[in-house]
Design a protein. Sequence first.
Length: 98
Amino acid sequence: MAAKAKARGTDLDEIPEMTRADFARARPMREIMPDVVAAMKRGRPKSAAPKERVSLRLDPKILAAYKATGPGWQRRITEALAHAAPHPKKARTRKRAA
């Protein structure tokens, strides 16, 4: 935290320490600014198409090969599976002989 304060140009030595009286006067933020607290969103945004957790057994050599490619290996496995997955065939329209 000190590094962030230093990066913002804040000198932590100039900030006075809180006294017991300061702590006694302190109130929760939800009491002081309820509209701000209500507007705060916590966590990651909800995905429109969330992924589903599954348990999948893979050959150790295959897993090691993907992990060796570095960060993003899970995404690359997903892409490979999506490419190999059977896709529904489009309905063909027959041309009528004239």
